[in-house]
Design a protein around this ligand. Sequence first.
Ligand code: NAD
Length: 470
Amino acid sequence: MEELEFDLAIVGAGPAGYVAAIRAAQLGAKVAIVEKDRVGGTCLNRGCIPSKALLHAAEMAEEVRRAHAWGVKVNFEGFDLQALRDFRDRTVERMVKGVETLLKSYRIPSFQGEASFLDPLTLKVATGEGEVRLKARNFLIATGSEPAIPPIPGANLPGVVDSDEITRLESIPDSLVIVGAGVIGMELATLYSSLGSKVTVLELLPRILPPADGAIASRFLALIKKRGVEVITSFRVEAIEQEGDKLKVMGNGEKPLQLLADKVILAVGRRPYTRNLNLEGIGVKVEKGFVKVDSFLQTSIPHIYAAGDCVGGALMAHKASYEGEIAVENALGHKRTPDYRAIPYCIYTSPEIAGVGLTEEAAKEEGIDYEVASFPLTANARAWAMDSAEGIVRLIYLRGSGELIGAHIMGPWAGELIGELALAVRLHLKAQDLAWTVHPHPSLSEALMEAAKAAFYGEAIHYRTMRRKS
Ligand code: NAD
């Protein structure tokens, strides 16, 4: 059995772990990383990247279906599933290879196998070639999360799948029930309705997309319903049964309901993946599976840090990478704490939804004296030139000073536009700063400037009276 020594050993090579490893190597540390699967974690292998490749193809299909209205003569002939899967796999492969090459370039050894703590200073890793022991002065736990399976009878029937499985795209079901109208549920509803499935989404809460701004979620709901996706809120799924070659989903909302579908996707959240690490055995505090950390991302054992989905908070790749970087800087003698005020979110539906900072609901709940200004994309020239003017920009800012504390966008490329607003929120910029920053014309980004003008002047230039006192 081999025993090796490092300054830092990292468990998990997802967006938290591999980014942390690179940052630690940049700081001169001797680093090792352990991964039981492939580098890149859920994001690269099963989540963000494959789903975005599929969503890109689905969006192109939507464009082709509409293209005749723009004078483009083209007929939509359907999907070549194998080619679609190949495109997804090529995209994933390129990203995974890229991360592997980066790790090699920093001379970071990568051990393949499941790691667990033998004691607070030793990890054992069961690799294909036998057990390896890694001793280190510091550790980072970055083991991520996995889909949560709700305690519904029938949840384990064949044909009932989670988000990890559905991106494999074995087939396009004629009819699909999605349980959960969160981020995954609505992204998959967008994908499969574009692929041609009849989609019904069932949600426990009275609203969809809980983390997004409420006003934007309601607008999106109206749009997706218009496109033929059925969404039933305040509905509790009670059981799933096999009925012939279909699945019968039963539950209760305003009234009891039974739905027949070819496939059921469970998208009811994710749970931390920490169970095989022997954390409690060595004295690391864990709560409901999440590793407990302080504001420096230090666990209850000072030389063991944790970052990403396994510590909770927003389960997003960019938040995980941000924490990974900070955690290893702290482990290597620096002192930095994450600023969670300006972590953006992006929901890759069509149209996209993105935001940063507080939603109006959160500002209200925190008793903040705020105002809201908005600007609709129906008053934006570029949106019309793209035939996609359904969106809106909403800014939440402090009454009096105008400091931007939240910003939310629905519209094309919302995820690309939100970066500017993340910077604004992080730097405590005011509506005036954004209003007086010249944006290119014609561009979607003008809508951000216009919403800021609505906040600062009381009126936007290209739209009247959208400002609302809270
Ligand atoms: P989620 O927490 O966003 O949404 C789950 C939804 O399921 C909630 O609305 C919840 O009320 C509902 N629900 C729970 N139990 C239910 C039941 N029995 N019946 C009906 N509805 C039920 O979780 P998710 O969509 O599964 O995503 C998991 C995590 O992954 C989230 O934290 C999400 O932010 C993250 N993620 C992010 C992105 C992105 O940033 N674009 C993409 C995918 C996933």
